[in-house]
Write a protein of this length. Structure first.
Length: 130
């Protein structure tokens, strides 16, 4: 299992994972709320839908910024960013997304398998002294 060099890299992975999950929840919720408000002619609920949409856009922007620096400790590929690189043959998806599987694995299991090199990495800082 591969470990990280610094605590800041782990915090970057966790923050990018939380923002990716938030975006996956906020985007459908915003569109459903906005459509429901339009059909019901509810002005206040329309503003709630627009606010949720704005929150989804902001979380996407911040996730994009953080994910560019969240790299696999072995292959140095950003695992939470959108890349058009070839995935490993054993890479698996969750709801059609490699990144969502990595993000949920980071948040709930404290480890992840890189979809590019298929190596397992733990969310721990390696010791400097052996």
């Amino acid at each position: 299992m591969h470990l990280f060099r610094s605590k800041s890299a782990i915090l970057r992975f966790r923050a990018a994972s939380i923002l990716l999950c938030a975006r996956c929840l906020l985007a459908p919720l915003a569109s459903m709320t906005f459509l429901y408000a339009v059909f019901q002619h509810d002005g206040k609920l329309t503003y709630v839908g627009i606010g949720l949409g704005a929150a989804a856009v902001l979380s996407t922007l911040f996730q994009w910024i953080l994910a560019a620096r969240a790299r696999c400790p072995l292959c140095l590929t950003p695992v939470l960013a959108t890349k058009e690189c070839a995935k490993h043959r054993r890479a698996r998806t969750l709801l059609g997304s490699y990144r969502l599987r990595v993000a949920l694995s980071i948040l709930f299991k404290n480890t992840f398998h890189c979809p590019y090199c298929s190596e397992k990495s733990g969310m721990k800082v390696r010791s400097r002294f052996r």
